[in-house]
Structure formats: C-alpha cells, structure tokens
Design a protein around this ligand. Structure first.
Ligand code: ADP
Ligand code: MG
Length: 182
C-alpha cells in the first residue's frame, strides 16, 4: 500500500497515546508490520513502553534522534511515534521520507506547550500530513473541552516531564485565568 502521514494532537490527557495505541493495535490485527518509537528523554513510566494515562501500553523503541527511526523502521508497514513534540525539526523530513517510501506514519504529540505556543516539529507535521486529528481533554476546573496544558509546577523550561503533579488540562477561559494568576 502507499504511504502517508497521520497526526494525532491535543493537550495533555487528551487521549493522544490511547488513540495511537488503538490505531497501531488495529494495524497489527491486519497483520501489518508495526514499529513504535518515542524520544529517549521521555522516561516517565517505562523506558521501553508507550503508556497512556489509563495504563494502556505498547512496546516501543526509545531513540535519541529521528534519523534512527529511518534505519530501524526500514521493513515496517506502519510506524507510530509518540511524544513527537520532543524531537527536533528533522522529524518532519524523516516522516516525509518514510511516507514517500510507502510507510503509514502515525505521529502523536502535544500541539502546544504550557504557554500555548506551537510545540517543536508538530506545527510543520500538521501542515504536511494527509490526516490530522485533534483530540480534547476535559477541563479539570469546569468540565468543558480542554485544549491547553496548564503547568502547576513553577519551572519555566519548555520541557518539563511530569504528570498529574505538574500539569492539568484546561479550557481556554480557565487556562487564561490561571495564567493571569501566575
Ligand atoms: P495523552 O497521551 O493525550 O496525554 P492518554 O491517552 O495518555 O493522553 O490518556 C488519556 C486518559 O487520561 C483518558 O482516557 C482518561 O482516562 C485520563 N484522564 C485523566 N485526566 C483527564 C482529563 N482531565 N481529561 C481527559 N482524560 C483524562
Ligand atoms: Mg501521551
């Protein structure tokens, strides 16, 4: 079959990893050769597995650089990449090369950082992908759909690994009011 790129984006807790695992599981059921990668720096739960917040998981290969994916995925039909926002801009070309050579590429990642800024290579992937899905979390303040990842912790670094103790999903008004209180 021919290759293409799919992106699953959204805030933290929006179900990106869940959706990635769902698509990859279905590809495996269809007897396709599936490989999953994530940035080596994302070691929150398990160094090998891609794990969702509701504890679904799938075995993955941590890589430091997107180029490693090209080598390791040479014989895959489907390539999944989680936490893609942590890779550098070269990920965009790696996904393009994979798709050009006939691979189905499914990328999951945060579209915005904790300040609401477009995050890493995700904007360029959204522009160049055939299929884009934006999933939403539930605002922990009011229960509306949440598109923002609000940082509870004090750090100002763009990359701060953490979970329920460092971030919460918020809708636009609740994100705004939280930012004004900082
Ligand atoms: P992501 O990869 O986007 O961070 P996951 O797929 O890991 O998301 O987790 C999604 C799961 O997180 C949901 O199915 C739900 O069980 C749980 N969850 C925890 N907090 C929230 C929230 N505020 N909104 C939605 N789901 C949440
Ligand atoms: Mg995730």
């Amino acid at each position: 079959h021919r290759g293409w790129v799919e992106v699953v984006c959204g805030s933290m807790f929006s179900g990106k990893t869940e959706e990635l695992i769902r698509r990859l599981t279905r590809a495996r059921i269809a007897r396709q050769r599936v490989e999953i990668f994530k940035p080596a720096l994302d070691t929150r739960y398990h160094t090998q597995d891609v794990v969702s917040h509701n504890a679904n998981s799938i075995r993955s290969t941590p890589v430091a650089l997107p180029d490693e994916i090209l080598l390791l995925a040479a014989s895959s039909d489907v390539v999944g990449i989680d936490e893609a926002q942590f890779f550098d801009a070269s990920l965009v070309d790696v996904c393009k090369q994979l798709a050009d050579q006939g691979t189905r590429v499914i990328v999951a990642g945060l579209d915005m950082d904790f300040l609401g800024r477009p995050f890493g290579p995700i904007p360029a992937l959204l522009a160049t992908a055939e299929f884009v899905t934006k999933v939403h979390a539930v605002c922990v303040c009011c229960g509306e759909l949440a598109a923002y990842s609000f940082r509870i912790a004090a750090s100002e670094k763009q990359v701060l690994l953490g979970e329920t103790d460092s971030y919460e999903a918020r809708c636009r008004p609740c994100f705004l009011s939280g930012m004004q209180e900082r």
